[in-house]
Write a protein that binds this ligand. Structure first.
Ligand code: NI
Length: 140
C-alpha cells in the first residue's frame, strides 16, 4: 500500500509541530493531515465544514479535539440518535462501533487521534460525496 503512512519522517517529526501552522498549510476540507504518531495512533488535523457521512469504525475509538470553530457529532447509540457539540478546547471520543456523523456549519479545525491506517469514512459503503476525502490521512 502506498500512502502517507509509509513516510515515517513525515509522521514522526524531529522538531516541534505548531498545530496552527500545520492547519495553515492546507485548505482541503475533510482531508486530514498526519502531524505525528503516538505508538500506533496518528495525530491528525483537519479542516471541516458541512456534513460528513454516517459511518463507524468497528475496531477503534476515534478521538476529537476542536481547535477552532464548532463541531457537531450525530451519534446513533442503542437505537437512539443524539447530537453533541464541541467547542474549542473540548474533546470527545466516539467509541468503536458507534455510528457517527460529524458536521459543522462554519469553518472548523479539529485534531484527532486515530489508529494508523483507519479510513476516515470507516464502514461507509455509498458513493463518496465530492466534498469529502476518504483517506487514511495525508502528510503535510
Ligand atoms: Ni469516524
Amino acid at each position: 500500500m502506498i500512502s502517507a503512512m509509509d513516510n515515517e519522517n513525515a509522521v514522526r517529526p524531529s522538531s516541534p509541530v505548531a498545530v496552527a501552522d500545520a492547519l495553515s498549510r492546507f485548505t482541503e476540507l475533510w482531508s486530514p493531515r498526519v502531524i505525528g504518531r503516538v505508538n500506533d495512533y496518528d495525530v491528525r488535523v483537519a479542516k471541516v465544514q458541512g456534513d460528513y457521512v454516517w459511518h463507524s469504525h468497528a475496531d477503534t475509538d476515534e478521538f476529537f479535539l476542536v481547535v477552532d470553530g464548532l463541531l457537531s457529532i450525530d451519534l446513533r447509540e442503542d437505537g437512539h440518535e443524539r447530537t453533541i457539540q464541541l467547542k474549542p478546547g473540548e474533546i470527545y471520543v466516539v467509541p468503536a462501533g458507534i455510528e457517527h456523523r460529524p458536521s459543522s456549519r462554519h469553518a472548523t479545525s479539529i485534531l484527532m487521534f486515530e489508529r494508523s491506517g483507519t479510513l476516515t469514512t470507516g464502514n461507509y459503503a455509498g458513493p463518496i460525496p465530492d466534498h469529502i476525502d476518504s483517506t487514511v490521512g495525508h502528510s503535510l
